[in-house]
Structures are given as C-alpha cells and as structure tokens.
Design a protein around this ligand. Structure first.
Ligand SMILES: NC(=O)c1ccc[n+]([C@@H]2O[C@H](COP(=O)([O-])OP(=O)(O)OC[C@H]3O[C@@H](n4cnc5c(N)ncnc54)[C@H](OP(=O)(O)O)[C@@H]3O)[C@@H](O)[C@H]2O)c1
Length: 304
C-alpha cells in the first residue's frame, strides 16, 4: 500500500510516498481502508517539528495526518463492536495519509458514518468538528446571546458558527471580504478582521462570548468589549490573557456521532475547499499553510 511519511522534520518537501506491506491488526485493533483523509494545521505543525511534535514525543520516521474516513477491512481479536464492512471515521494520529491504517478503537475512537454522509465530509469532521463542538459546549451559550467567532471561515470556524447558530445564538464571524457571503449562508453575520475590529463589533451591539480560532485578536477585542475571560475560549494561542484552551476531551463521547448526524441530515454544512489525490498531498499542505483555506482540504485516497 501507499503511505505518506517523512524521515526528518521539515516543510512539505520532506514528505515522501513509500510502498509498504499492508499492516495487520493485533488484538483489540481494526484495519481501516482509508477512503478520505482531511488535512489539519496540526499535521504540518507535527511534520515541521514544532512543539506539536515535541510535546507529544513524536520523532521521525513518521506517517502523516490524523483524520480518516473509510471502511473497516480487517478486525483483530476481541473487538466487539466493529465488523468488516462498517463505514467509520475518526483519528489515526500520524497514520491517516495511507491506503490502510491500524486503529485501536479503545484509544482513538471510531464513529460510524451514517447514510447520507460521504467519506470526504466525514473525514473533515474529526479534529475540526470535535474542536468546534467542544469550544461551543465550553462557552455555555444561552439562546439569544451573541458569540464572536474569530477566524470563522476556517476548518474549525465554519463548524463553530453553525453549531452555535443551531442553538439560537447570534454569531458574528470574522473573515476576509471574499468569504463574507459564505459566512452568511452558514448563519453568521460577517465582520472584517484587522484594524478597527472592536469598533465594528461595538457598532453591531457587542458580544457576550468569544471563540478564538485564529490567534489573539478576537480575545483582545472581547477584553476591550468587557467580555469576561470565562466566556472566551482559544484554540490557536495557548493561555493568551488567561483564556482557556478548548477542552477537546469534552468531545470524546458522542460528539462525532452528533456531528455526523447533523451533517447527514443537512443541518450542518461541511464546506470542502477541495480534494486531491495522495500524490498531491504535499502541495495541499502548502496551500493549507498559506492560512486562507475556506473549510477543509481533503486527500481522496480512491482518486488518481
Ligand atoms: N487546540 C486544539 O485542539 C486545536 C484544534 C484544531 C485547530 N487548532 C488550531 O487552530 C487554528 C485554526 O485551525 P483551522 O483548522 O480552523 O485552520 P484553517 O482552516 O487553516 O484556518 C484558515 C482560516 O483562517 C482565516 N484567517 C486567516 N487570517 C485571519 C485573521 N487575521 N483573522 C481571522 N481569521 C483569519 C482564514 O480566513 P480568510 O481566508 O477569510 O482570511 C481561513 O479561512 C490552527 O492554528 C490550528 O492548529 C487547535
């Protein structure tokens, strides 16, 4: 099978496609035939050798990616809940961008893909979906409150906007002008980021809570508008102004099932910026690293 991997830390140029034997599942493990693997910023933060790798003790040689969707094609001893042929999605940290991967469902949970949800969209719900779900949950939003999502057009932002809006929350979402109509469709009132953000938010009536997905500007704006630190959550910059990071542990049980059900029935739109074959994954990471992808880029392992 094909496997994307790297032997040293570095930029996308260190990524290599290699041919390796199919892995076999041990006791408690399943093998997933990966159909789609969504890209996340944490993937390149790992293969580049940032703290995302070192804090997890990850050293090359390593595979790439995390978010998978596909079908179980082999089951080890003692796995009660999964069978060959089951459609599943979930995490396979540093083992997503390959034709087949081994998952211990007791460690990295696999959720079922419901009818009505395709593999590409299912893969796009894993890290981004869990993060959006947990952040919205953590903010204890009340119907009628106003939430600022800073970085609303990205992989996490597009889902956070909808999950909050779905709960009756008014959402102000920052994005560049070209994404404003897209945000309206998702249920947010678009706001330009950059200089003057606080004034623009004040003119719109202020905000009760902040979900910061990009950097620190949303948190700083929240502070300027009198939002208590406890009503803010940040995912990209840890600890800024004492604001809590997102507690993705909150999203372990049931969140993937709930997200998949919402996506399958059309409540949740999962914007896909594009799909590429595995051979083009390094180029897709270059695009992602540019910082202006709307929604998700996904590797389609059945293409090419
Ligand atoms: N801690 C966690 O558990 C966790 C989980 C997931 C992600 N993260 C981190 O959170 C960050 C966001 O993840 P993601 O997957 O959403 O990233 P992403 O999809 O790459 O985000 C891209 C988006 O950022 C927007 N953006 C660019 N510059 C901006 C600015 N100055 N102000 C506001 N928005 C801006 C872009 O909108 P425009 O194109 O309109 O400019 C684009 O849509 C990453 O750093 C990621 O590593 C952390």
């Amino acid at each position: 099978m094909r496997r994307l991997m790297h032997r040293t830390f570095g930029g996308p140029a260190v990524l290599e496609l290699e041919q390796v034997p199919d892995p076999e599942p041990g006791p408690g493990e399943v093998r997933v035939r990966v159909h789609a693997a969504a890209l996340n910023p944490v993937d390149w933060k790992i293969f580049s050798g940032t703290a995302a790798a070192t804090s997890r003790g990850l050293e090359p040689p390593l595979g790439v990616g995390n978010d998978i969707a596909g079908v179980v094609d082999a089951v080890g001893e003692g796995v009660p809940d999964l069978a060959v042929g089951d459609r599943v999605f979930g995490s396979a940290r540093t083992r997503a961008m390959q034709d087949r991967t081994i998952v211990d469902p007791a460690v990295e949970r696999l959720a079922r893909i419901p009818d009505g949800l395709d593999d590409v969209r299912a893969s796009a719900l894993v890290v981004a979906g869990r993060t959006a779900w947990a952040g919205v949950e953590q903010l204890h939003l009340e119907r009628g409150e106003t939430l600022l999502v800073n970085g609303a057009a990205g992989g996490v932002g597009v889902l956070a906007v909808q999950l909050a809006s779905h709960r009756g929350i008014r959402v102000l979402g920052t994005a560049s002008e070209r994404n404003h109509d897209r945000l309206r469709v998702l249920g947010a009132e678009p706001v330009a980021y950059g200089e003057g953000l606080v004034d623009r938010l004040r003119a719109l009536g202020g905000v009760d809570a902040v979900f910061e997905t990009h950097g620190t500007a949303g948190i700083d704006a929240g502070i300027a508008l009198g939002v208590p630190v406890a009503r803010m959550v940040g995912i990209a910059t840890k600890g800024h102004a004492g604001v809590a990071g997102v507690a993705t542990d909150l999203a372990v049980t049931g969140a993937l099932d709930e997200l998949a059900a919402l996506a399958a029935d059309g409540t949740l739109d999962v914007p896909i910026a594009g799909t590429v074959p595995l051979e083009d994954a390094a180029d897709a990471y270059r695009v992602l690293m540019g910082g202006h992808v709307h929604g998700k880029l996904v590797v389609d392992l059945l293409a090419g």
